[in-house]
Design a protein around this ligand. Structure first.
Ligand code: ZN
Length: 255
């Protein structure tokens, strides 16, 4: 790979800054690359969680007590690598831009709750793959806290059914084989069509619907910025393309 001349890199940062300043409705789209800077492994990458252990499919989880026990054991033994992570400068920059009204929302593929932890209001975070920091009943959607479920799991070796309706309790993430969540998908599509600037941060843009949103935003007249360490299939469509870290890039844009 050729080294980008520093003058060119500065021009890209300056163009990013101009597009952000001129935007009336900027939307972020974040992927694993934002959270790897908090030490959370990218589960799809080589060496990531899914290259070491098979993901438990949704159908397996709902149909097998043994699979549910395995899923909870993985969760509480922290083989997923999420526990204890803290927001990094990238999260904090995004949160500042949203809180001050310079960006409207963040659509995320991440499930680690770090956008909320960094100060983005809950209603401005659109989670396409759910949230791993709590659990819900699959039938009545009652929320359950993981600390309570872990205590139960350590005492009984299982997580009991929902105490309200008897339904199955599951981490609030979207599993492989599970349908995309209807309301977040709809909200994401609305943001994609409303925005005049779509900013991709740390997504390889290879998984549906990630690959689709930037193109739809662009077709609808929005400018497109992509910041990702590695090339993406949509690099040629970007108005500004930066192959670098998220925290360092946003730090430069906002100074
Ligand atoms: Zn229930």
């Amino acid at each position: 790979m050729t080294e980008v001349p520093s003058a060119d890199a500065s021009a890209r940062i300056e163009r990013f800054r101009q597009l952000l300043q001129g935007s009336r409705h900027a939307v972020f789209f974040t992927g694993a690359g934002v959270s790897t800077e908090s030490g959370i492994p990218d589960f799809r990458s080589p060496g990531g969680v899914w290259s070491r252990q098979q993901p438990i499919q949704y159908q397996e989880f709902v149909s097998s007590e043994a699979k549910r026990t395995e899923a909870w054991a993985r969760r509480f033994n922290n083989t997923d690598g999420w526990v204890g992570a803290r927001p990094n400068p990238g999260h904090i920059a995004i949160a500042n831009l949203i809180r001050t009204g310079r960006a409207s929302a963040v659509i995320t593929q991440n499930v680690d709750n770090l956008h909320q932890q960094s100060g983005v209001p809950d209603d401005k975070v659109i989670e396409l793959h759910g949230n791993a920091s709590y659990a819900t009943c699959l039938t009545c959607h009652q929320r359950y806290e993981l600390t309570d479920l872990e205590r139960e799991f350590r005492a009984l070796g299982l997580v009991n059914p929902c105490r309200h309706c008897g339904g199955i309790i599951k981490s609030a993430t979207i599993s492989f084989g599970q349908q995309m969540p209807a309301i977040p998908m709809q909200r994401a599509q609305e943001e994609v069509l409303r925005c005049d600037l779509f900013i991709v941060l740390g997504s390889s843009l290879t998984v549906f619907p990630a690959a689709d949103f930037p193109l739809r935003a662009r077709e609808n007249g929005a400018a497109l910025i992509i910041v990702n360490r590695d090339p993406t299939p949509l690099d040629d469509c970007a108005d500004v393309l930066i192959h670098a870290g998220i925290g360092e890039t946003l730090g430069k844009v906002l100074t």
